[in-house]
Design a protein around this ligand. Structure first.
Ligand SMILES: N[C@@H](CCC(=O)N[C@@H](CS)C(=O)NCC(=O)O)C(=O)O
Length: 200
């Protein structure tokens, strides 16, 4: 049995939760509170010295961190990973894009607004994150104007990775009104069997 450590309101943890549910993988969910310091205890740091969630632990004690690596492990041999080598590389293209060009802006703006309540000393940073976050959304919008999912016709881990923070981008002050293809894509993903909503 896999144990998944995560905070249900974190997008990175939600990616793992979506894969576990969409693939119907038996697991235990260990709810963690970053605010209460659960990621910084000695016991947790022994599992992940980086002090970050999500993390999964296998029966034999092996642990794996980094949301996109965890998804890759859980989804191995499933239809969430394309078999064609080029499509698989496209999926990785989007996973790296998510970590470098999307999450650092959209997730951090959400953190400053939702968790910190927009403190004055982070307002300038918050606004600079918007310019870069909207750029990432434009890249997605352009692709999704031509195909139903990020890698084409097939729903893959790329869609799950980018769904996680895009669907709550408004909580970071992003308005998707000018991104109709992203909005259509969000609706399509919410209809996929096994989909579970992020905990409010
Ligand atoms: N690149 C990592 C990011 C993990 C990460 O930053 N997790 C946050 C929650 S979304 C965390 O654990 N923060 C706790 C902390 O920094 O103390 C991933 O994709 O898993």
């Amino acid at each position: 049995m896999i144990t998944a450590y995560g905070d249900s309101v974190s997008g990175n943890c939600y990616k793992v939760q979506l894969v576990l549910h969409m693939l119907n993988i038996e697991h235990q969910w260990q709810e963690m509170s970053i605010a209460n310091g659960d990621t910084q205890t000695n016991a947790y740091l022994a599992k992940n010295p980086a002090g970050k969630i999500p993390l999964i632990e296998l029966d034999d004690g092996r642990v794996l961190s980094e949301s996109n690596a965890i998804m890759g492990y859980l989804a191995a041999c499933s239809t969430l990973i394309p078999t064609d080598e080029f499509s698989k590389a496209k999926m990785y293209q989007w996973l790296f894009f998510e970590q470098y060009s999307h999450e650092p802006y959209i997730a951090v703006a959400r953190y400053i607004q939702l968790y910190l309540g927009l403190p004055d000393d982070r307002l300038a940073e918050y606004h600079s994150l918007h310019a870069k976050g909207y750029k990432a959304l434009s890249v997605m919008e352009s692709t999704l104007s031509q195909q139903p999912f990020l890698c084409g016709e097939q729903f893959t881990l790329a869609d799950i990775a980018l769904y996680a923070y895009t669907h709550v981008a408004h909580q970071g002050g992003f308005d998707l009104v000018e991104y109709p293809h992203i909005r259509g894509w969000l609706t399509r993903i919410a209809q996929i069997p096994g989909f579970v909503a992020m905990q409010a």
